[in-house]
Design a protein around this ligand. Sequence first.
Ligand code: MN
Length: 232
Amino acid sequence: MTDYLFDPPEVFSLEVAGAAARYPVARIFCVGRNYAAHAAEMGNEVDREAPWYFTKQVAHAVHGGETRPYPPGTENYHHEVELALTLGAPVFRAGLKEAAAAIHGYGVALDMTRRDRQQDGKDNRRPWSLGKDVEGSAVLAPITPAKDFEPIEDKEIILTVNGETRQRARLGEMVWSCAEIVAHLSHYYHLEPGDLIMTGTPAGVGPVGPGDHLRGEIDGLAPVELTLIDAE
Ligand code: MN
């Protein structure tokens, strides 16, 4: 057995509905601006030339249902509810058909964001890490196998804060389909099982604070929940 100076982190994994084996998460990719109405509310036009991405460390992923302190370094922490997808096969330089076939499952996710720090990055042409790669900011619900969820287009995605609806859209409103995203991203990475892609948020993002209870729902998937408490 390898002798480590300290205990290495445990593998972060998600429950898969109807399966005994869990999905171990190795990498988290996130799509920017994938709903036209959200791009508009952020002051951007949707770019149909190509999807684009940022990443979150798996170390910053948490399971739905957790209670987390309000993060340091922000006064404008935002909710973004998203469809996440997982992969069941390697995908590299793939076309749409191969990409679609490689999708293993889907889950509801929250891409929690320090909007003020993301705006700093935009203003100063610097990376978004402080805005997006926040501890506890990738909140992930259990995964449902693709065959039990597809077709996805008519399914509704909703985020409520303390029971009040803040975001509501149909998955068919996504600018880039799941297969298009997987195929495109596969021209930059050797995608493989363990990768998880958060596919972007619909309009209605906004701030949350200590005491707020967030619940993200997509028809047919297990919901994701997050409770925020006072900062440490
Ligand atoms: Mn997002």
